[in-house]
Design a protein around this ligand. Structure first.
Ligand SMILES: [Zn+2]
Ligand SMILES: [Zn+2]
Length: 96
């Protein structure tokens, strides 16, 4: 069952700080200095809203200082697996 109770800003900051203390390596691009966290399994799709196990570091509005991607924007509300698949399947982009 999805956790439908709302998370307060204070609670979310606490969880975010805890996740970022353990790691700041972005789950989308793999670089460090992530400043936000995102749900691995989106809450809208049944992911746990407040479980640190379902949260991972990600680059937020400032983007990644290394590759300049806006990882959280790219991910949106898709499951992480879908995003990582997109990121790694770049062969079609190489051209002839
Ligand atoms: Zn990133
Ligand atoms: Zn990056």
């Amino acid at each position: 069952m999805a956790d439908r109770s709302e998370l307060t800003e204070y609670e979310f900051r606490k969880i975010r700080a805890r996740v970022l203390t353990e790691s700041d390596v972005c789950i989308v691009c793999g670089h460090g200095h992530a400043d936000a966290v995102d749900h691995i399994q989106p809450v809208a799709r049944g992911g746990a809203r407040r479980s640190p196990d379902n949260l991972a570091p990600i680059h937020g509005v400032k983007g990644c200082p290394v590759c300049l991607r806006k990882c959280n924007n790219e991910k949106g509300d898709r499951p992480l697996a879908a995003v990582v698949q997109l990121v790694t399947s770049v062969d079609w982009f190489a051209g002839p």
